[in-house]
Write a protein that binds this ligand. Sequence first.
Ligand code: ADP
Length: 588
Amino acid sequence: MLPTSRSLRLALYTLLIIAGAALAATLAMRHAVRQSMVEDAGRANQQLALYATSLHTLIERYRALPAVLALDPELRSALKGAVSPEQQEALNRKLEKINGAAESSTLELLDRTGLAVAASNWRLPSSYVGHNYGFRPYFNQTRTQGTGRFYAVGVTSGIPGYFLSSAVTDDDGQFLGAMVVKLEFPELEREWRQGSDTLLVSDARGIIFIANQPGWRYRLLKPLSDSDHAELKTTRQYDKQPLTPLEFQSLRRFDDNSDLARVDGPDGKADYLWESLPLSAEGWTLHLLRRPQVAFEDSRNAALAAAGLWLTLVFLLLFLNQRWRLAKLRQRSREELEQLVEERTRDLRTAQEGLVQSAKLAALGQMSAALAHEINQPLTAQRMQLATLRLLLDHGRVDDAYKALRLVDEMLTRMAALTGHLKTFARKSPSGLRERLDLAAVVDQSLQLLDTRLRDEQVSTVLHLTRPAWVRGDAIRLEQVLINLLRNALDAMQDKPCKRLEIRLEADEQLWRLSVIDNGSGITEENLPKVFDPFFTTKPVGDGLGIGLAVSFAIVHESGGRLCAGNHDKGAVFTVTLPIDLEVHEPC
Ligand code: ADP
């Protein structure tokens, strides 16, 4: 691959990894933000329930008050006819006292037309006394249903409040008027203002009438219909208060009563977690608006963790990929190495076979010289024998002639044996030839081949041969091994006046142990590990090739045996061990 495209690919990968990390961080951050919002919304919802309970408790505390007061005989009798100024003052004082004790905002008594005949605030300029509230829905509700409730801005006082009313009836159950308690929530609003949340209460039309923050009251959460407008005008519920819509839009909805909303509130545009809780008893809805507070550290940690996880995953994948590639590469180089070893082994085997062959040829050369010498002598002798034979026959000495013929015959047989060996000696033995053969016979053959030299050099030969010693191998090649060993032994004893050659063949467990022991020079400690090395020789140039033992070693190994060299107290010992062949000889 070109270096530019390589670096391009690298750059692309790096970019991908960074982009992946950034994406993971962004997603994690978003998730963290959302998660934290959901948790925050859950908490806000719980708080909202607490606020709802406190509002509900407050209203419940006063719910029974008008019903109880409506039973008061003094009030009931006052409403039966026209109320005299003395009666009115007494009633005013009474309501004032009860109002103080009950800690309600105002108490008022309306007659059957809705006219306030007495009120706890009779002393104030904003006194209800003398005003008619027949237009208020709670009055009509009370007349028809017995009780009424209504949140409204006071038309006289201008102070908003919750009106709870109960019908005052005579003994026959006839409607005489209404007892009304007005509740204001300044305490509640003050209490709610302490938190940082915005708390709102809206009515069934979606008009906010309680708010703990300035600017939120009298805002519309949904548009008013024409009939709404008409009704508001009649009931003067919010009197002269201008009702303006509150602009908001939901950004994310967590559930029906839980949103993330962008609100164009009195403090400008802002995002809020908006929790709502319907208050079914009053038909109102309580709202809690909270600025979402996602801890920067939390989202940053989530982003870092996600990016870290992503990078760990990527590097783990890269690491595994690299290992896999390396393993593949190793596998390939192992295979290549194995192939190389195989090739080299094949080459070596070929070379070794070549070496064996050349050693044989070298031996053949040496043998030829010996053979020429060996054959020349008997040939001359035979010529003389033939002349003698002719003379004997001329003189009719047939018996002596027979004797002379036997000698010629013996000499010819020996010569034939010699040439026969030489013929097979030089052939390239087919590799893997493993015939069943007698190792003792191999020793015999080898000694026969070297017989002349043994005799010439007056070597005393001692044989301890166990017969038959069956092994598997190539007779010609094993013979070559033995001839090498014997010839080396003879060479080593060259300068010794008394030459002794001992050959032992004996069984040792599963092996035949064949030892060639001489009383020659022995092998020095230094040379002992080298004698089987090819071309190692201590003989003068022209005498030794240094290949005999190397080839012999290889042949013995090939036949499944071992060849070792060592010394005894007077010379060298070479030992060939070969596995015993136990197979019964099959008849041909
Ligand atoms: P070469 O006979 O041509 O030298 P070999 O491989 O047959 O080659 O022998 C290697 C060497 O081992 C010889 O030169 C000799 O030093 C040593 N050697 C072998 N046989 C004997 C022995 N019987 N006694 C002493 N040295 C020996």
